[in-house]
Write a protein that binds this ligand. Structure first.
Ligand code: C2E
Ligand code: SIN
Ligand code: FE
Length: 416
């Protein structure tokens, strides 16, 4: 495969189209690859407003070098980036495989978690927060998400009881960035949304840690104290350096609900800003897919299912739909059942090949109800007959801790 991204104007008959670079609003979000052999089809593509496409020049005609927007390089280990980097246009960032991104994503997560920890602790001690150093981190998180969203978003799901709030901040930052892209926001808005995600729960530093870390359900009085965190955070961010309007707004309003039953101001519908609506979706998704002091996490598919049940009163439907698209129909970590009866965990989405044919590590037989030797399958691989027939609920099969099947080496390294 040899992919080049070109402008639609340079498409011509005989080219092999690998993928259309569409915005989510006007076209389905996954596309089959096809040979462009019909001039009418070319006109149709142009009429959708799509600006750029990926072509595969190993399967069809090439263009002149001058018109290529971007070439997909062979995947190589990238060197560690210098700390202060110049902002890159996000759509110039080249996608890489999950494997290629994992190491870098792990170090970005580690670094970000430490930075959030120290910023939040300044706030806890009543000192003014300096968020100016947070933007370069947001930039790094954004870079990783653009290269391969599954890597960092997957890693940030792995939380322990004591780092929950800090990791949750990193995760919501990454989810906000992915969602911003799906909603077609520009680079600056995407950065601001990411920063808002990173800081949205800073007000939890004003909530006693016995409450936050309580293993069980909160009493009404304890929940009253928790409900003060948006306003407390807003106050901290007003005094902070380097925090814009969007982060302030998301911090104050990420617990508002569409039906007006949220807090602190019981805003409803479009009284809630787009960014706060985005914050609500990303916050809840990350909360329920994570192990928290008071509850085990659900897998991504189960979580999206629950959220769509609640979505009517809680979430903006347009934002929620875009969110589902931004994390894909089979996010990394999803438990699926294959036609062969084997159960496995999605290890990597293959956006370019087909979003419906991820890599899956199978480890359980639904026929014999027993574990089998884990095996990595590329459902898009040549000659592979098996396919996904359903998403599955891990608890239904009595399966626990399934994230180890997609993490493999990373978890081993973390625990040693
Ligand atoms: P969090 O754990 O980060 O959860 C954020 C939001 O995700 C929650 O906001 C809620 O909207 C949603 N969410 C999380 N888990 C569930 C769930 O099992 N069912 C439903 N329907 N929604 C869920 P919320 O409820 O305003 O809570 C804010 C924060 O208060 C939570 O942040 C957590 O820190 C704390 N909290 C809430 N309930 C409990 C609890 O029972 N025990 C403890 N220890 N803390 C709790
Ligand atoms: C619930 O158990 O549904 C409430 C807990 C929460 O909202 O976090
Ligand atoms: Fe919150």
């Amino acid at each position: 495969m040899m992919l080049k991204k070109i402008e639609v104007n340079f498409l011509r008959k005989g080219m092999y189209v690998q993928e259309l670079c569409s915005s989510w609003m006007d076209t389905p979000f996954w596309k089959k690859s096809f040979m462009l052999d019909d001039p009418a089809l070319l006109e149709k593509i142009k009429s959708t407003g799509i600006k750029e496409v990926w072509i595969d020049i190993s399967k069809g005609l090439d263009v002149l070098r001058e018109v290529v927007v971007e070439v997909m390089p062979p995947v190589v280990e990238l060197p560690q980036l210098p700390k202060k980097q110049v902002a890159v246009a996000f759509d110039k960032i080249v996608p890489v495989s999950m494997d290629a991104e994992m190491g870098r994503a792990a170090s970005i997560v580690g670094e970000s978690k430490k930075a959030v920890f120290s910023m939040f602790n300044e706030a806890r001690m009543g000192n003014a927060v300096d968020a100016e150093n947070a933007m370069p981190l947001v930039e790094e998180i954004a870079g990783s998400v653009m290269r391969n969203p599954g890597a960092l978003i997957g890693l940030a799901r792995l939380k322990t009881a004591d780092d929950y709030t800090y990791m949750h901040s990193v995760a919501v930052c990454a989810l906000m960035i992915a969602l911003s892209r799906k909603l077609g926001l520009d680079d600056d808005q995407t950065r601001e949304a990411g920063l808002a995600g990173l800081l949205h729960d800073i007000g939890k530093m004003a909530v006693p840690s016995e409450i936050l870390n309580k293993p069980g359900k909160l009493t009404d009085a304890e929940f009253v104290s928790v409900k003060e965190h948006p306003a407390a955070g807003h106050k901290m961010l007003l005094e902070a350096k380097g925090v814009g309007k969007i982060a302030l707004d998301v911090c104050l309003h990420h617990h508002e609900k569409m039906d007006g039953s949220g807090y602190p101001m019981r805003l409803s519908g479009d009284e809630i800003s787009l960014f706060a609506k985005m914050g609500a979706v990303c916050d809840v998704y990350d909360a329920i897919t994570s192990n928290r002091p008071y509850k085990q996490g659900w897998c991504p598919a189960e979580s999206l299912g629950k959220m769509s049940e609640w979505s009517k009163g809680h979430f903006d439907p347009v934002v929620f739909q875009a969110f589902i698209k931004s994390i894909g129909i089979y996010p990394v970590g999803t438990l699926v059942r294959l036609q062969s009866g084997r159960l496995g965990v999605v290890v990597e989405q293959q956006v370019v090949k087909s979003i419906l044919l991820p890599k899956v590590r199978v480890f359980f037989s639904s026929k014999s109800l027993s574990y089998i030797t884990p095996e990595l399958l590329d459902l898009a691989g040549p000659g592979l007959q098996d396919k996904i027939v359903a998403r599955e609920d891990a608890s239904k099969w009595g399966l626990k801790d399934i994230s180890r099947y997609w993490l493999g080496e990373i978890v081993a390294a973390k625990q040693s």
